[in-house]
Design a protein around this ligand. Structure first.
Ligand SMILES: Cc1cc2nc3c(=O)[nH]c(=O)nc-3n(C[C@H](O)[C@H](O)[C@H](O)COP(=O)(O)OP(=O)(O)OC[C@H]3O[C@@H](n4cnc5c(N)ncnc54)[C@H](O)[C@@H]3O)c2cc1C
Length: 424
């Protein structure tokens, strides 16, 4: 089956939702696709314990009011099947979608770095824990340590506290000097200053990082380096996040240029590939305000409403300055490259230790010899860690981009040879 639309938007987070709303007045046929079960992206995730986000509700209402926007949630991109054509799959069907123009709003993922004990039950990502809590996982009465870098640690701690967890320690790897310099600039963004004051927690410590998760079959304590001192903090949960990494792989596979771990775009959010735009955190980490304004610019630009797009440039610059500040003051310290030991698992899908991967010349060789990156996450976790630890570029995608039903890959005649499934 094949459907054609004028404008396809991939990712229904703040950027994708804003892009669809901005483009809708054109009357073009628009499809908004997301692999999550609902719109909202990472920040406005829905669930039994998720709060109500007024900004998200406003955008959801605007999307619902537009008859020319078709929403496809729980829908994943599994292959690139030709020029301006992708293969999509939802829980029931698969189909090819042809598009005139595409706006990539694929967001970002959190960076997880391996350290001894990181695979123990009780250890999750910081954003991952937040998603689990919003989805209804109970944490009431549990002691929680958060470790890594960036504002997401405090946001995740706030979600856990609201659900009844006790914060035992928040280890931020950035130095006190960097945090002070960051805080001094915050009054330029009053809403961010307000947010920082609201989220602050007395257990927050600079110049600290996780060294080891300890426990017999389950997490019992975390060993943390705070400056020159090693301390042990008893806890039931550890949530780690070492910043965010833009999801650039699909763009790269389609042929868009990627530089400095972000999709390259011009003033109108156009990528280097004609008729392909990108907006939000896939073009660089910057928060949901920047994602929304970039999404709106891309949406207007894609349908030729250039004055409306240009009117938003100053707003984008305002939030881009905040993004630059974040990048400058929360950069990961090189000493974090010593977190894993040789026998720490790097690829937890295929049980491949860090020492085995690091013994190869590049990701491709390591993959061929060890199966790292060949499991369910397809290298999104371990490949991203290897990018920081070993300086290897993240692996590009091969179809199927995510685990897919064999039935979706048939009839094979519809797909280029590289995608044809092997049926034995
Ligand atoms: C785990 C996590 C938790 C976060 N929590 C917070 C928070 O509490 N507070 C805060 O201020 N900021 C948070 N952030 C940052 C926040 O997500 C961003 O600032 C903002 O949401 C970026 O918006 P976006 O539209 O660019 O991307 P996202 O919100 O990431 O949206 C991208 C969407 O695209 C979908 N997608 C990606 N690739 C595909 C594909 N190939 N096919 C189909 N769909 C696809 C994703 O599932 C996602 O729904 C978090 C980020 C992460 C990664």
């Amino acid at each position: 089956m094949k459907r054609d639309v004028d404008l396809l938007i991939l990712g229904a987070g703040p950027a994708g939702m804003a892009a669809a709303v901005a483009a809708s007045a054109s009357g073009q046929r628009i499809a908004l696709v997301d692999d999550n079960p609902a719109t909202g992206g990472q920040i406005w995730r829905t669930g039994v314990n998720a709060p109500n986000y007024p900004a998200a509700e406003k955008l959801r209402a605007a999307l619902a009011a537009e008859k020319n926007i078709e929403l496809f949630t729980a829908t994943r991109v599994i292959a690139h099947t030709g020029a301006h054509e992708l293969l999509l799959e939802n829980p029931l069907h698969s189909w090819r979608i042809g598009y005139g123009q595409l706006i990539l709003c694929s967001g970002a993922r959190e960076v997880l770095l391996p350290f001894p004990g990181w695979t123990l039950p009780g250890v999750t990502g910081a954003g991952g824990l937040q998603a689990l809590i919003k989805g209804g996982m109970p944490v009431h009465g549990e002691r929680l340590v958060l470790a890594g870098s960036g504002p997401l640690l405090l946001a995740s701690a706030a979600s856990a506290k609201a659900a009844g967890a006790q914060i035992a320690y928040i280890a931020e790897q950035a130095t006190a000097t960097d945090l002070a310099a960051f805080a001094m600039q915050l009054p330029r963004w009053p809403s961010k200053l307000h947010q920082a004051v609201q989220l602050f927690d007395r257990h927050y410590r600079s110049n600290s990082h996780v060294v080891e998760a300890l426990g017999n079959g389950r997490l019992e304590a975390v060993r943390i380096r705070h400056g020159d001192t090693l301390i042990e903090v008893p806890c039931e949960r550890l949530a780690c996040g070492f910043g965010l990494r833009a999801n650039t792989e699909l763009a790269q596979t389609l042929g868009c240029s990627v530089a400095d771990q972000a999709i390259t775009v011009d003033n109108l959010q156009r990528t280097t590939l004609a008729s392909h735009f990108a907006a939000g955190e896939c073009t660089g980490i910057g928060g949901n305000e920047l994602a929304q304004v970039e999404g709106a610019i891309a949406g207007f630009a894609a349908v030729g409403r250039l004055p409306q797009a240009q009117a938003l440039f100053a707003q984008r610059q305002h939030w881009q300055r905040f993004a630059d500040l974040l990048k400058r003051h929360f950069a990961l310290k090189p000493e974090l490259k010593n977190l894993p030991s040789a026998d720490t698992l790097l690829c937890r899908c295929e049980d491949v230790p860090y020492g085995v991967v690091a013994g190869h010349a590049d990701w491709h060789q390591a993959k061929l010899h060890s199966r790292c990156g060949m499991g369910a996450c397809q290298g999104r976790v371990c490949g991203t860690a290897a990018e920081f630890l070993l300086g290897w570029p993240t692996p590009s995608l091969r179809a199927p981009f995510v685990p897919a039903r064999v039935a979706s890959l048939l009839p094979a005649a519809a797909l280029p040879s590289a995608v044809q499934p092997v049926v034995e």
